[in-house]
Ligand binder design. Structure first.
Ligand code: PGA
Length: 256
């Protein structure tokens, strides 16, 4: 197993005050773990990012921050939007791009995901690009073609160092549903994704992003996913809202 990567996507949860309480609990729980041989990336809502970053520094927490979205333009008349420069200044190192909730509810397309991936990398943010099929596409046997299309458009421009990105494979039907695919099936899909980077995008072995699985991951099922050779990490939503559960997830993977 490569160094496991855990991404906590809080979605539209937690105020600044709730974030403070969470990080205090997180510090206590993380200090009980024997090592720090993992990466932990937390994606709070925009309003809590800066104070989270200050707290991470003050408590010396082994945590990096991601935003859940941003706009691909550097600045301008885009009411309600946030730029990569603002995210970097607030303390983010990563940004989630193309989450299925953004695609479904806010009109995110493969093209905008591609523009965001480039803009993120140009500004020094590491993109976490989400891909995944719907239940209908899965039933119709289109899983791989849908994912390939999403990746092709997100990574059309490969000169920026694709290997610095992360890909999160998140089947839509598994998100927030309590249903999960078999870890072995996810492993095969991750292998296909890696192969796709190598063959079609001609990125070469070193340029294959780390590939995470997301969708109803919790402290009970995470170890089974992480045993698979092509699953480099997980992206958790609901289960990451409790600091205790998040650390239980890490513990179940790193303590044998
Ligand atoms: P979930 O969300 O863990 O609550 O299913 C995952 C996600 O949306 O990234």
């Amino acid at each position: 197993m490569t160094r496991p990567c855990f991404v906590a996507n809080w979605k539209m949860h937690k105020t600044i005050e709730e974030t403070r309480t969470y990080f205090i609990a997180l510090q206590k729980k993380l200090s009980e773990l024997p090592s720090q041989a993992w990466d932990l990336i937390i994606a709070p809502p925009y309003t809590a990012i800066f104070s989270a970053s200050e707290q991470i520094k003050a408590l010396s927490l082994p945590v990096q921050l991601a935003a859940q979205n941003f706009h691909f333009e550097a600045e301008g008349a885009y009411t309600g939007e946030i730029s990569s420069k603002m995210l970097c200044e607030a303390g983010c190192q990563y940004v989630i791009i193309g989450h299925s909730e953004r695609r479904t509810y806010f009109g995110e397309t493969n093209q905008t995901v591609g523009r965001k991936r480039i803009a993120a990398q140009q500004s020094g943010l590491i993109p976490i690009v989400c891909v995944g099929e719907s239940a209908k596409e899965r039933e119709e046997g289109k899983t791989l073609s849908v994912i390939k299309r999403q990746i092709e458009e997100a990574f059309a421009e490969t000169t920026l160092g694709v290997g610095l990105s992360l890909v999160a494979y998140e089947p839509l039907w598994a998100i927030g549903s309590g249903k999960t695919p078999m870890p072995s099936d996810v492993n095969k899909i991750h292998q296909e994704i890696a192969g796709f980077f190598e063959s079609t995008l001609e990125t070469g072995k070193k340029e294959i992003p780390r590939i995470l699985y997301g969708g109803s991951v919790n402290e009970k099922n995470v170890a089974a996913f992480m045993k698979e050779p092509h699953i480099d990490g997980v992206l958790a939503g609901g289960a990451s809202l409790s600091a205790e559960t998040l650390v239980q997830m890490i513990a179940s993977v790193v303590i044998h």
